[in-house]
Design a binder for this molecule. Sequence first.
Ligand code: 6GU
Length: 234
Amino acid sequence: MKYYVMTLFPEMFPGILNTSILGRAGEKGIIDWETFNIRDFTLDKHKRVDDYPYGGGAGMLMQAEPVCRCYEAVREKLARKSARVIFMTPQGRVFDQTMARQFAEEEELVFLCGHYEGIDERALEEIVTDPVSIGDYVLTGGEVPAMVVMDAVSRLVPGVLNNEDSSQNESFSEGLLEHPQYTRPEEILGKRVPEVLLSGHHANIEKWRLEQSVERTKKFRPDLYEKWQRNFSN
Ligand code: 6GU
């Protein structure tokens, strides 16, 4: 998987993408990424990339020209010229695990990160295929959201996780929240590990874990619980 990121703040990316699981996947060559600084593509002699909105209003907008010229530079590198261009915006479709799975099937993804109050609509019409939001709250820019999507997608790319099915065979794919987990020691803070987990009785352990998952989901995510019931308990 190769990610191309168009942004005014490329310095935000290496910390996340070069660390831990994503860092290791990068070293192994399973995922790769490259940032393009939109500011490098302005023709303005003062390197301006933003301007006031027509019709008035608060804040500044990113201009169409540097964004489109930046995309042309990305496009030259694409193996498939029709690669998805994901625009991170609170106006987009809300990102979920189903979208993560769809994106993970691609070989390359382009991310466009907006900043300020947004981007001139004409540039968006020209290049964006998938406007995507990460939830109903407002952030200062699309960089953190792009990293969220890259993280969720990368762990679905074969070889990124050690255990091939640990991304598939997980509570969220099953539609429930994860059950509680414990590691050594058997007792700490006056609390013991639940006896069933020490019993070695695998059927009982599985039953306990499912019960715990169901209880947690009912309590914290009744919306997910209803969906799970509709899908699995008919
Ligand atoms: Cl993708 N961008 C911004 N600026 N804010 C957001 C978002 C994206 N998703 C949720 N809030």
